[in-house]
Design a binder for this molecule. Sequence first.
Ligand SMILES: Cc1ncc(C[n+]2csc(CCOP(=O)(O)OP(=O)(O)O)c2C)c(N)n1
Ligand SMILES: [Mg+2]
Length: 583
Amino acid sequence: MAHTAADILIDTLRDWGVEVVFGLPGDGINGIMEALRTRQDAVRFVQVRHEESAALMACGYAKFTGKLGVCLATSGPGGLHLLNGLYDAKLDQQPVLAITGMAYHDLVSTHTQQDVELDKIFMDVAKYNARVMGPTHVENVVDLACRTALAYRGVSHVTIPVDVQEMEAKTGRSKRNVPGHTSDVFARSARLPAEDDLRRAAEVLNAGRRVAILAGQGALGATAELEQTAEILAAPIVKALLGKAAVPDDNPCTTGTIGLLGTRPSQEALEGCDTLLMVGTSFPYIEFLPRPGQARAVQIELDPMRVGLRYPVEIGLVGDSRRTLRALLPMLKPKRDRGFLETAQQGMKDWRALMEEQGTRRDTPMKPQVVAWELGQRLRADAIVTSDSGTIATWWARHIPVRRGQMHSLSGTLATMANGLPYAIAAQVAYPQRQVVAFVGDGGFSMLMADLATCVKYGLPVKVVIIKNNTLGQIKWEQMVFLGNPEYGCDLHPIDFAAFARACGATGITIEDPAQCGPALEQALTTPGPVVVEAVVDPFVPPMPAKVTLEQTRKFAQSLISGQPNRERIALTVLRDRIRELL
Ligand SMILES: Cc1ncc(C[n+]2csc(CCOP(=O)(O)OP(=O)(O)O)c2C)c(N)n1
Ligand SMILES: [Mg+2]
């Protein structure tokens, strides 16, 4: 039975099916902590070491389960720490509820201790944002917060003054606030586009001679339908990063990912298509899409606001990807000319050979691609793989193929560092039996690495593979290749991550020899409990775009001439790689 405002809060969350809350206590939320303590059989509290992790976990949880992710932080600093993870959820459109504490209700805005009005701070990040005014205000507000986050795919925020949390639920009800007047029912729409639009879309797709499909995170639940559509239209499936797991990489139609860290056949498919079918994607690198006017385009999109956001599409089909493709499929005519797909498939043969060549090199220092490749060969079909932003995202995107049944994600649109470990923890909390692997950078991991202790504390057997290049690699290369400057401020002071893992009570493994990389990863994946693999790699391997432009080559050369440290080693590495590619 609910007694206090905080009790109502947790009971309401439970009514919405919330099973876990990620957070860290503080004196601004002790009332909520007590309600969680007395309801721990119903709602699990997972304690984190940094509130940013909690928010990233809530986002990762939402991504991997499709359910509401919930995080909790105390007033002032705790709430402020949530922000980056909440923006990750906002930008990747994940349903997340943030709950925070606030100063005493009658001391707010008086320069009192931790007097940060978090509802004002969160105005931009949250689609729904409310300050609870008393215990009888909790249920209707939390119902609406959960419903808004789920229905509009975004962040909701509820902040509760610390004394209100402990107030008796009976007190202070206004006469209009009829008890029990809201509901915890979530109503789903049919999410199907108009019949006429479907017909027009089919006409465009049937008329196309070189159709390409671009699939994003909205296509993750539509694997079979995408595969059928691609087969009928003889269309290569190009994947935006968040859509990496939309179809497995052994599907004969896919050309893998697109963008700076994508594949050459994906880029060529978008450069050469005359018709584009976008499925559940707001892929932001517009320069990789067909030129406006080059292709006729159809877009399947859940959010009508996003239709035509990145490309001047002729027809927008507002609906769920799976249902929409199912409705579209019977209207599509099999393409007789399959030349466009065959060219892409030929390109993929060469691309895969190149990826394998890069992934199986045995020269030292070990190349980062070798670690990704060897890991990819060993992941189970039920694996959930997370990645950080950085050069690691390139190795993950290109060298770790998706197998059917796996899930893969990273921070897509915010592209924050450090999400890899929190996402993995959330995935393991949601799916205790699945294999969960975080493929992260030394820069990103060191930002939130204290949460390795969280894995140990809760017995979460997360495997963390750190690409240790002792640098903020991505930025170092960007400074050189995009700006033509020598790198500056990128070197990282080395950390012994294996020793750190052991200090946390996890297993720590170091790999330096590429010949040992496979067996060592095998050992890591089969060791019970959390394991950190520190893979020491060559820091001079650039994540080159699949097609290097003349301008990029010029800038790169300019940075070497302008005093880039280690320029001889960099030039030699790049030259050697280029020669290997050509041979
Ligand atoms: C929170 C945050 N700070 C800074 C950046 C800019 N940034 C993007 S990638 C990157 C380097 C990542 O370094 P590391 O994790 O070591 O991966 P590497 O590139 O070396 O593989 C930086 C600084 C960011 N995306 N997010
Ligand atoms: Mg690094």
